[in-house]
Design a binder for this molecule. Structure first.
Ligand SMILES: O=C(O)CCC(=O)C(=O)O
Ligand SMILES: [Fe+2]
Length: 201
């Protein structure tokens, strides 16, 4: 890891190591972005991103993906300002050469993401995934893939950053379960290092 004043401030914000492995495991940093800033980014992205409602096959049916999504390459000239600013903040804190961001918009407690690991073939080995949370808090469940399953729950607060190692994707699944509790809307930004081919858009 690179050492810089900005990186020290990441650690000053009080990261918690939830799981450990040779690549940094899974770390949670509350207050990575100030609350007011997180709220402004939430509102701007909610209102300006061209959110997509997707469908996917499940067994012999086609089902709605239970959240709205969007994705950008970070070199996109149309990149919304909050994403460029968030990328800059990440660059101060982590050495990873993030080049892509996936956005998830959970409108209410019925929206969710099923337990999964991020697709390893579309990630550069050794590079982390950084999840920045905006809007209402939601609970994430992280679970060992192998029995006996060990489960950890973490409430992802607005302005928090969750950094997951590439290695952690092989051994753990993560998801945002549905909840019957009255929860407000949440947007997550998943910054990744993708193996884009030169010239590919
Ligand atoms: O919303 C989150 O915090 C998790 C999103 C996620 O796991 C993903 O986009 O792959
Ligand atoms: Fe994921």
């Amino acid at each position: 890891m690179r050492h810089s004043a900005a990186q020290t401030s990441l650690f000053d914000a009080g990261p918690h190591t939830l799981l450990d492995d040779a690549e940094g495991g899974v770390r949670y940093c509350p207050g990575f972005i100030a609350g007011q800033q997180a709220q402004l980014w939430f509102e701007a992205l909610r209102d300006r991103v061209a959110w997509e409602a997707r469908q996917r096959p499940m067994y012999e049916h086609i089902v709605d993906v239970p959240r709205l999504v969007a994705a950008y390459r970070l070199d996109d000239p149309q990149l919304p300002a909050p994403l460029a600013q968030a990328q800059q903040r990440l660059r101060e804190a982590l050495p990873a050469p993030f080049n892509a961001v996936g956005l998830n918009y959970y409108r209410d407690g019925r929206d969710s993401v099923a337990p999964h690991n991020d697709k390893l073939h579309s990630l550069v080995p050794g590079q982390p995934i950084a999840l920045l949370s905006l809007g209402a808090p939601r609970r994430m469940t992280i679970r060992t893939k192998q029995a006996p399953h060990r489960t950890c729950h973490i409430d992802l607060e607005p302005g928090s950053l969750l950094v997951m190692s590439h290695a952690s994707q092989r051994h753990y699944d993560h998801g945002i379960p549905k909840t019957r509790e009255a929860v407000g809307p949440r947007i997550s930004l998943a910054f990744r290092v993708r193996p884009f081919e030169p010239g590919h858009r």
